[in-house]
Design a protein around this ligand. Structure first.
Ligand code: NDP
Length: 329
């Protein structure tokens, strides 16, 4: 393909990204050229595209922290032309051009061959949000939060991380308390396997230094008072996996949950997670994310709609996951 192709480009700071045409000569350096088929919309993509947070560190920047596609040209024999690959994170849409482009040139060290058990489209139905949900579940497991220890809470349950975490934890046999601010999605969350649904206001008040012990663990994509309340109400020896900031970046806690109840706060980052951990997470998703639930979670949208959808995800109007169809075919 030598012709122009479409991309969503942030041209300067504090200005929302727009659909543009690029040519192959515009692309950055890298040892593989990928024909991008699908990307996805994560909360961070919303922040970058709508220019609501300084995600993009240089300009012009092609947005999109995830991509799935087929290698078109390669200097790395491990990824010959025709190989189906995905990229999650690694600074795409921050320092490096990302997945909202019909073609992208990348460093092969960021590539993962399409995980077995998924189509390219399904990998983007999961995307960074879903793979991060699995990293959170694995963090709970590493800290011995097993289904017999008691219920687990998932906050931001209607979002991408929350929906996947709810479905996976329920499949693994945990009693999941799904926390949402949207009354209209209670049935959706129960359909994903939540045993009960809690209004997000319950966790939004000023946290006590130590609350009544209620759950064995939690997956939190909200932060701020929500995360503080989760920690103060976690049972002795429990663990909260924190990955998000949808409710704020502060954390008004005391040390009591840690020093009196041995509660662990496990931080989860997907962007620079090592390859081995990524492979494990994708293997686990193939095993533990029920296929039919993935279909319930996902909707598909064209590349052109990304600017509009970015505002929707920031306003909390997106349910589950959105796959972005990048290529026309
Ligand atoms: P979504 O927008 O899909 O989900 C976020 C959900 O959080 C919303 O659907 C909503 O759920 C809830 N929410 C939104 N605003 C508030 C608020 N003010 N107070 C309480 N709850 C709120 O985003 P993602 O699932 O893609 O990402 C979730 C978070 O995780 C983001 O902060 C994102 O940046 C972070 N993240 C971090 C990663 C990492 O590597 N650490 C990787 C991926 C995501 P509901 O309507 O059900 O209440």
């Amino acid at each position: 393909m030598t012709a122009a192709f479409k991309a969503i480009v942030a041209e300067e700071a504090k200005k929302p990204a727009v659909l543009k045409e690029l040519t192959p000569d515009d692309l950055p350096e890298g040892d593989v050229l990928v024909d991008v088929r699908y990307s996805t919309l994560n909360y961070k993509d919303g922040l970058a595209v709508a220019a609501k947070s300084p995600i993009c560190k240089s300009f012009p920047m092609v947005c999109g922290i995830d991509l799935a596609g087929v290698v078109a040209e390669s200097d790395n024999p491990d990824f010959p032309p025709g190989t189906e690959v995905i990229v999650n994170g690694f600074g795409l849409s921050e320092k490096y051009w990302g997945g909202y482009s019909q073609r992208q040139r990348l460093r092969s060290e960021w590539l993962l061959k399409r995980p077995e058990g998924f189509t390219l489209k399904e990998t983007m139905a999961i995307g960074t949000a879903g793979y991060t949900a699995m990293l959170c579940v694995m963090a709970l497991e590493r800290h011995d939060v097993t289904p017999d220890k008691g219920p687990v809470v998932v906050t931001g349950a209607g979002g991408g991380v929350g929906s996947v975490a709810t479905a996976v934890l329920a499949k693994l046999g945990y009693e999941v308390i799904a926390v949402t601010g949207r009354a209209e999605i209670h049935d959706y969350l129960k359909g994903l396997g939540a045993a009960s649904v809690m209004d997000r206001a319950t966790l939004a008040g000023d946290p006590k230094p130590l609350g009544r012990e209620q759950w064995a663990g939690a997956v939190d994509s909200v932060g701020s008072k929500t995360l503080a309340n989760l920690l103060s109400q976690t049972r002795y020896g429990g663990c909260v996996a924190a990955c998000g900031l949808a409710g704020g970046i502060d954390l008004p806690v005391t040390v009591f949950p840690f020093i009196l109840r041995s509660v662990t706060l496990a931080g989860v980052d997907s962007v620079m997670a090592p390859m081995d951990l990524r492979r494990q997470a994708w293997d686990r998703l193939a095993r533990d994310l029920p296929r039919e639930k993935l279909l319930d979670i996902v909707t598909e949208e064209p590349l052109e709609r990304v600017p509009e959808l970015a505002n929707d995800i920031l306003a909390g109007r997106v349910r589950g996951r959105i796959v972005i169809r990048v290529a026309d075919r």
